[in-house]
Structure formats: C-alpha cells, structure tokens
Design a protein around this ligand. Sequence first.
Ligand code: AMP
Length: 299
Amino acid sequence: MSFVIVGSLAFDTIETPRERRERIVGGSGTYCALAASFFTRPKVVGVVGTDFPKGTIGLLRSHRIDIKGVSRRSGKTFHWEGCYGADPNMRTTVRTDLNVFAGFKPELPPSYRSADILYLANIDPDLHGPVLAQVRRPKLVAMDTIRFWIENKSEAVFRELRRVDVFFANDEEVKLLAGDNNLVRAGKKLLERGPSIIVTKKGEHGALVFGKEFIFGVPARPCEDVVDPTGAGDSFAGGFLGYLDKVEKITPREVRRAAVYGSVVASFVIEAFGIDRFLTLTWGEIETRFREFKKLVSF
Ligand code: AMP
C-alpha cells in the first residue's frame, strides 16, 4: 500500500499557560507524516521556504518519510501562532502567515500517483480537486478541516465531503458544519453528506468514530501533564491512516484498531513541545500503550 499526505510544513509559535516557544517546527503534514512513519512509509506533499531547517528534512528522511513531494520556494515558511488557555482543549489562533503556502499548488511526483490512501490535511478545500485529479484510483481518501474553512468556504467543504471516505474534525467543527449542537446528531448528519466514516476528535475526551452502521468511542489516555496539545489531531490522523495503510483489508474491526492507534500516537505527541516527542518515540512504547488502552476500557 502507499500513503500520501498533502499538508503544511510550518513554523509554529505556541503559548501555553506555562511557556512560550517561538517558531518551532510544526505543520499538519509534518505531524501526520511522523506519526504515520511508525506504521508505514508515508509520502508527503508540501512547500517550505528557504528558512526551513535542513535538519528537519533530514529528520523526516531518517523516519523513512518520502519527501520528494516537498518543494522549497524562495520566501518564508508558513507560520502559525496559537495560544492555549488553562483548558488544553481551548485553543485560539493568534495569527496565520501563509507566506510560501499562499501560492501552494500541490504537485504529486509520478511515484505518488498510485497512492492507495490519500490524506488532505487541513488545506484549502479548493485544492482538493487538483490533487484528486493527480491520483489514479485511491482506495481511501480522507480529509481534515478547520474552523477557518468552515466559516469562509463552507460550500467548498460540503462539496469535498462528497469525494472523501473519511472526514476528520474536532467536535466543535463537526457541530458547526452540521449546524447541530448535539454531536451524535451532527455526526450522523455529516454521514449523509458523503463520507462513510466521520472521526470526531474531542481532545482529552478521546474520539468518536461514526460509521454507517456503528459508533465507536475511543478514550484519550488520561494524561496529567499536557505540555503542548499542538499536532494531536494530525498525529491521530497519521496513526489512524498509517495503520490502515498496512492492513490487508479495511474492515470495521481494523477501523476500530486504527482509532486506538491514532489515540495512542496523539497521547505521546502532547507530552512535549512541537514534534520533540517523536525524536525519542519507539515502536515498543506504542505497543505498550496500545495494550494499556485495552486495559483502560476492558470491564
Ligand atoms: P492540530 O493537529 O489540529 O493541533 O494541528 C496543528 C498544526 O496545524 C500546526 O502545526 C499548524 O502549523 C498547522 N496549521 C494551523 N493552521 C493551518 C492552516 N490554515 N493550514 C495548514 N496548516 C495549519
């Protein structure tokens, strides 16, 4: 199988109640690819500026991530600034400097075009069409979105829902898009708009996965010290889709396991700032925590 991710490679400025970090490496594509690299060999499409560290590109390579689809343009890398309150589920976007991302026209190298799984991380929904036109016959297409696109391009988001199999969003975004304050009703409404699976991420409360014939809940690992929640959503998607990329057949049971792996990987990334936790994370730690999850919900 092969897994292609189209997303941002970024500098993030992050403020938590305890600490502020300026311009550390982040981006939806970066988090998702690193998370997925524990399961498969992801291929990334994105753009960086001349200021993006060569060391990070080397780090992605050392995780066996294919970066042929990442181009370097003259100018500055995409920069996002976010601020968390005492409740780590509450995040405010302080600023978004698109920089080289403004003219991003995703171009898939020939070796990416036979992708089995395609993930459109929270990019402009109007870019989906041109990306989909470049892949031959993907088995599964997934997308994530953010409040910004729901508020500014909701028609485009709905149009794109028709073309994807899996839709990831946080609970607040699912309710906003569906126009319903009840998460279960909202999830079901979005199922009628196209995707066969809606993954609703609920921060420290885990995730709810809506399928046509099932609802599956996965907890978040109880964590006393959330250092930096940034990237948890993209890492969840990376773990989820990375796992599905290596299974023989995508069945409802595998979708459940994928959701647990997504939650497990996300539980690591929030333990340190930015992508730092990925620098030390091992497959053994992932497996140990996967077993812990089983105990957490067995009765
Ligand atoms: P999350 O997994 O939701 O915490 O995603 C956080 C990442 O999304 C950060 O590393 C940001 O760089 C990235 N990000 C934030 N806004 C955007 C945007 N408009 N387009 C692409 N990536 C973004």
